[in-house]
Design a protein around this ligand. Structure first.
Ligand code: G3P
Ligand code: CA
Length: 292
């Protein structure tokens, strides 16, 4: 659990963080290992301080100096890809008030036009009222305008047959599948090995990640189609990281580990000690300070 600061406190956090930024011109951490530190990835944006998976959360991560953001992609009733974590809209929007007769308010049962009318900010705090559920297209354009980079999670792909193809289409239409983006700005991950494999088969040039912690004996199979093994921080160990690092991933480079969701300094220092390549966190400022 994390404490959610009020707007004024969040502003104070940002001010303090700005003073602690390393001396790069942009103030952002671009890639892992530049200072021997893991890459810090803002989970659903800076979601400890702004409503998850909204423009506000990625803009705040940008303001805090974080280049990489993570999101969750699902599909509406009429085929639009949207950025939401839960398969229901109930927790993070006002859908229950707006559409009281439509429990359990699954994304797959709502049209994009209906979802576009929802308030995705008030649940987090009054100052965020009016935040919207972004379509993937809108979200990609925002990340691009912020010069940020994206760890895109295909969420619950078993619910949305063909979502990998849909996701790649939107990425292509928004310019995210050109060589520059694919090489430097995009990773696609999923808890579903089938989904990761489908992405790899359709676009072998894209860097991919598998969310989970497969048995060490199975890692060579995963390395055939993925570049990252991304386990929860409560399970990962130094030995496991070493076992992953002993292999080459789908693009012939060392198989990497990004762990989640690390929201306190002690856990960040612990996994940093294991040698992880990335830390996915709701509190990127806390993690950055811990691993600096
Ligand atoms: O990126 C890792 C993390 O997002 C996976 O879990 O449930 O937060 O999507 P979840
Ligand atoms: Ca996620």
């Amino acid at each position: 659990m994390y404490a959610r600061p009020a707007a004024a406190t969040a502003a104070a956090v940002l001010g303090a963080t700005a003073l602690l930024l390393p001396g790069s011109a942009s103030g952002t951490q671009e890639s892992p290992g530049k200072a021997g530190e893991p890459l810090v990835i803002a989970h659903r944006g800076a979601s400890a301080y702004a409503p998850e998976n909204t423009f506000a959360a990625i803009d705040l991560a940008d303001d805090m100096g974080f280049a990489w953001v993570e999101n969750d992609v699902q599909r509406t009733k009429d085929g639009e890809l949207v950025v939401v974590h839960d398969d229901s809209l109930a927790r993070t929007t006002d859908v229950e008030q707006r559409f009281p007769g439509r429990a359990p308010w699954k994304i797959k049962d709502f049209t994009a036009a209906e979802i576009a009318t929802l308030d995705a900010g008030s649940w987090f705090g009054a100052q965020w009222a009016g935040a919207r559920v972004p379509t993937l297209k809108q979200y990609l354009n925002r990340v691009e305008n912020n010069s940020q980079k994206l760890l895109l999670e295909i969420k619950k792909p078993e619910t949305y047959p063909g979502i990998e193809k849909d996701t790649l289409r939107v990425l292509r239409e928004t310019g995210w599948l050109d060589r520059h983006h694919v090489t430097h700005k995009l990773v696609i991950q999923s808890f579903s090995a089938d989904s990761v494999r489908a992405v790899h088969e359709q676009r072998p040039d894209i860097t991919t990640g598998f969310l989970g912690m497969p048995a060490v004996a199975d890692l060579p199979w995963y390395a055939g189609f993925t570049d990252q093994i991304n386990p929860t921080h409560t399970s990962v160990t130094a030995d496991y990281v070493a076992a992953v690092h002993a292999l080459k991933g789908a693009h012939g480079k060392r198989l990497q580990v990004s762990t989640w969701t690390v929201n306190d300094a002690a856990a960040a220092m612990r996994v940093d000690g294991f040698g992880v390549d990335g830390i996915i966190t709701n509190n990127p400022d806390v993690v950055r300070d811990a691993v600096d």
